[in-house]
Write a protein that binds this ligand. Structure first.
Ligand code: FES
Length: 135
């Protein structure tokens, strides 16, 4: 067996093993909807983007938004399609991915593809000007 024949057979063998893993959603082929775990941090909302309704910030892998009515939202910042950081559209109260246009409602649920899994949602609790974001 010459080198070309060997590489041809080995290459085919590797591909034959890898393809079923991707098809079945195993190994690194599967997209995940999991955001950061064990989230627990605070943000001072007396300054910065969260000091006004409609603003948002990204911290520790979480996008924290303040709606037009002043409610705080927190979901995983990485789009579940390919990981691009999403933005908050305050006029429509939804999260939007600037990469391929996926959209998520205020709870992080997918409302428009190509993403097909939800953004992980986190709890918020306001004490004075300290906003706690936690799992
Ligand atoms: S990375 Fe968000 S829609 Fe593709």
């Amino acid at each position: 067996m010459n080198r070309k024949e060997f590489l041809s057979k080995v290459g085919f063998g590797v591909a034959a093993v890898m393809i079923p893993a991707c098809i079945t959603g195993l190994s690194g082929c599967k997209k995940t909807d999991s955001g950061p775990t064990n989230v627990d941090f605070t943000i001072d909302i007396s300054k910065g983007a969260l000091s006004a309704n409609g603003g948002f910030v990204v911290k520790n892998g979480v996008i924290v938004a303040r709606t037009k009515s002043g409610t705080f939202l927190a979901v995983a910042a990485a789009c579940t399609h390919e990981g691009t950081t999403v933005n908050f559209n305050s006029s429509e109260n939804k999260f939007v991915c600037p990469n391929h246009g996926a959209q998520f409602n205020s709870n992080g649920a997918v409302t428009k593809g190509p993403a097909n899994t939800n953004l992980k949602q986190y709890n918020t609790s306001l004490s004075g000007t300290s906003l706690r974001i936690f799992s």
